[in-house]
Design a protein around this ligand. Sequence first.
Ligand code: SAM
Length: 276
Amino acid sequence: MTVYFIGAGPGDPELLTVKAQKLIAACPVILYAGSLVPCAVLEPAGDSAELVMDTSSMDLDQIIGEIRKADAAGRDVARLHSGDPSIYGAVAEQIRRLEVFGIDYEIIPGVTATSASAAWLGRELTLSGITQTVILTRYEGKTPFPERERLPALAATGATLAIHLGVPRIHRIVEELIPHYGEDCPVAVCYRTSWPDQERVSGTLGDIVGKVRARKFTRTALILVGRVLGSDGFCDSYLYDSSRAHVYRPKGSGARRQSVDSPTLHPPTRRRDPKA
Ligand SMILES: C[S@@+](CC[C@H](N)C(=O)[O-])C[C@H]1O[C@@H](n2cnc3c(N)ncnc32)[C@H](O)[C@@H]1O
């Protein structure tokens, strides 16, 4: 018996990994965090699962109790968390208990809200000449927060920021960021990215608070901040720069169309051995 902690992605069931879909279809017990995981994600299970339970109103002991019941019956568990389980997933405390009870587990990664929101905005979060760093953080709430990671300290880096769980305090976030990024720094607030009712608002640190208040976003929104969201100030990367050689494009090789017959570092994957 195994507990599969599955990254259920940001909401759109088509953003589940193939592995996640297969496990949702195969596991007899499905426990999902219903506050952020929509029922549509459970569709691969069809009518085959024996138990499907929303854990959003349960505490840790109750969740572990359900897992132990499944363990006693020898049933695999699909434990669904929004986005990627490694980011604010609260999986560590579940894993700690599973280890005490000798229950096997595996983590299946998922598409995080940050990458889904960047995709929706049509933006890259790291750009040459602007920043090479993305910081995934949250705004301090009831959870203990290390002093060295408070927003002004992170903002001093100038990195692109993806701020989770912060939209109710966006006025304070803006106040703390303006001294570092400037009032004209672009901001995007993405609400329920990839859900059918997704909405987003773009602006600057100077005007975003009013715009967000007008849209009444109070939760499940990601705040992205950084010059990468604008359209100026960056330069092309070295990766495709014809004057820069690298291991996959040695000096003098030029931009050749890859032939299926020529020896290459990466043989074409489209070609199949007909006898295989
Ligand atoms: C507990 S964290 C979970 C993050 C998740 N594990 C991930 O990888 O994206 C919940 C916060 O993530 C952000 N979030 C999660 N899903 C989102 C979505 N579909 N659209 C926008 N923000 C989302 C919001 O800031 C929300 O308050």
